[in-house]
Design a protein around this ligand. Structure first.
Ligand code: GLC
Length: 552
């Protein structure tokens, strides 16, 4: 099958199904709801949808704990609603990408139930170990969500490995039968017409032989023995040759801790294992490692991550661009300003939308949705949040969680200012951000030509009509500035110049020399009043196009 690389011209919209739109009135989002909003999604100018998991699941990790890979959860409308969604999305020219979660399953998956009872062929589908002398755990690895990475199972009389929650046992990918299952899953959905996969923590699937204990990094001991593990490329190649290569589809691998150089091992060249990677560096401009370890927002850190990915991948691999997804708080609250929400949401849109790669927009990001006001620990629902910092005093713990919880991205989508924000006819499964009553909702933003929503539409349209965003070379100016982000996509015939202030105050800037004597056409701005020369208002963002490349 010839791969057309259609995704390179595309923009994706991510749906987190529980919180997008309730179509059957039970308080939880579902596919009927999504179908009713396909025209809205299309109206953004996007080309495809990535769905966070839709499969049957006990819901311990909101669907990332799968109990059946070949079905759709009845709470979302089951398989018939999914087929309908697929047809209706395709008839509007929207591609559909599924989430592939094969590092682990739910412990309620039939495979695990049989494996714990040593019923063949499932006996070695998971990573079982007897434990060490004196009742010690098989090794000292930590799980990302719940304490140590081993759980004792009375039924089998052994420990099993779980890198995430206790109810998410890791699959044994070294078992060829497990890899065959993955191939079957891929073919099943691709044959149905799905256009690709976002592959969950895919760089974790191959563990180092012997599962050695670790001495480093107390919080995530073991990660160096399973991240980019010994057989990862071999396994990904098998998935390609036995399934993915038969279809004109896309793959996007989630890769914690990956650097751009390392990413090229996966996404570089023609015979690549994956088409794009979800990196985390652009998510670490106000934290160390992950959101839970805070430091103040650093524009220079953000710019550096953008720059290194743009420069390292140019001509060698394809970028995946994002600033929000279901695993991080809202970007306006993280990197922008809630007080200057409208301006900073638009500035953040410009900060990534014109780079080379395929941009993803997360539901509600296009409205400038913010974090909700946390009042107590009972406001949280997410398994990762609830297991963080359990040893800290309550007040401090609450403060840290309120800043970092992924629950902020999971409040229901705000459709209008009426009851339940137009998300559902009844009480939603999770609390709403009360600011839906204050204009942050689709209905209000539709009617305001200057809303964040309409700004996203304009930005996506401009990206698409400006060829140099895809064909040009990324160039960053004033790199050392702590307040301004200035970058350009430059090609022979045309350039696009983006000037953004991240300051809450009015500041001054100078145009890069290469642009000082060119004719700049202002194509997009987040202020209604004309730009004032070298004065940048708080969070001001301007996007210019320039005919003819300036001489360097
Ligand atoms: C990925 C998902 C996240 C999930 C975890 C375990 O990081 O994005 O939501 O909790 O993997 O599956």
């Amino acid at each position: 099958m010839i791969k057309t690389e259609w995704y390179k011209n595309g923009v994706f919209y991510q749906i987190w199904p529980r919180s997008f739109k309730d179509g059957n009135g039970d308080g939880m989002g579902d596919l009927y709801g999504v179908i009713s909003k396909l025209d809205y999604i299309k109206s953004l100018g996007v080309d495809g949808i990535w769905f966070s998991p839709l499969y049957p699941s006990p819901g311990v990790d909101c669907g990332y704990d799968i109990s059946d890979y070949m079905d759709i959860d009845s709470a979302y409308g089951g398989m018939s609603a999914f087929r309908d969604l697929l047809d209706q999305a395709h008839s509007r020219g929207l591609k559909v990408i599924m989430d592939l979660v094969v590092n682990h399953t739910s412990d309620e998956h039939e495979w695990f139930q049989k494996s714990r009872r040593r019923i063949d062929p499932y006996t070695d589908y998971y990573i079982w170990r007897p434990g060490k002398k004196g009742g010690k755990l098989p090794n000292n690895w930590d799980s990302h969500f719940e304490g140590k990475a081993w759980q004792w199972d009375d039924v089998r009389g052994e420990y099993y490995l779980h890198l995430f929650a206790i109810k998410q046992p890791d699959l044994n990918m070294d078992n060829p039968l497990v890899r065959q299952e993955v191939v079957r899953i891929l073919n099943f959905w691709l044959e149905m017409g799905v256009d690709g996969f976002r592959e969950d923590v895919i760089t974790f699937i191959s563990k180092k032989e012997g599962l050695p204990s670790d001495r480093l990094m107390p919080a995530t001991r073991g990660i160096r023995f399973y991240n980019n593990g010994p057989h990862i490329h071999e396994y990904l190649r098998q998935f390609r040759s036995e399934a993915l290569d038969r279809f004109d589809c896309v793959t996007i691998g989630e890769a914690p801790l990956i650097s751009p150089e390392k990413a090229l091992d996966y996404i570089g060249g023609d015979q690549r294992d994956l088409d794009m990677m979800i990196q985390f560096q652009c998510m670490c401009a106000n934290c160390f490692f992950i959101d839970y370890y805070p430091h103040p927002f650093s524009l220079r850190k953000l710019k550096k991550s953008f720059r290194t990915w743009q420069e390292t991948l140019d001509g060698r691999g394809w970028n995946m661009l994002y600033l929000e997804n279901h695993d991080h708080p809202r970007v306006v609250s993280r990197y922008g300003s809630e007080r200057l929400r409208d301006k900073s949401a638009k500035a953040l849109c410009c900060a990534y939308m014109f780079q080379k790669g395929t941009p993803f927009v997360y539901q509600g990001q296009e409205l400038g949705m913010t974090n909700f006001k946390v009042t107590g620990l009972s406001d949280f629902e997410d398994v990762q949040t609830l297991n963080q910092f359990t040893w800290l005093p309550k007040g401090l713990r609450l403060k840290l969680l309120a800043r970092a919880s992924r629950d902020h991205a999971r409040t229901p989508m705000q459709w209008d200012s009426g009851e339940h924000a137009g998300f559902s006819a009844c009480e939603p499964w999770f609390h709403l951000n009360e600011n839906y009553r204050r204009g942050i909702n689709v209905e209000s933003e539709e009617s305001n030509p200057c809303s964040v929503l309409n700004f996203y539409r304009k930005a996506i349209a401009l990206r698409k009509e400006t060829g140099c965003v895809l064909s040009g070379v990324y160039r960053e100016y004033k790199r050392r500035s702590r307040r301004h982000y200035i970058y350009a996509m430059e090609s022979e015939s045309e350039s696009l110049l983006v000037v953004i202030s991240f300051s809450k105050k009015t500041t001054r800037f100078t145009l890069p020399l290469a642009y000082q004597f060119r004719e700049l056409t202002l194509r997009l701005s987040n202020y209604e009043k004309e730009p004032q020369g070298d004065v940048l208002r708080p969070y001001e963002a301007r996007v210019y196009t320039v005919k003819q490349q300036s001489s360097r």
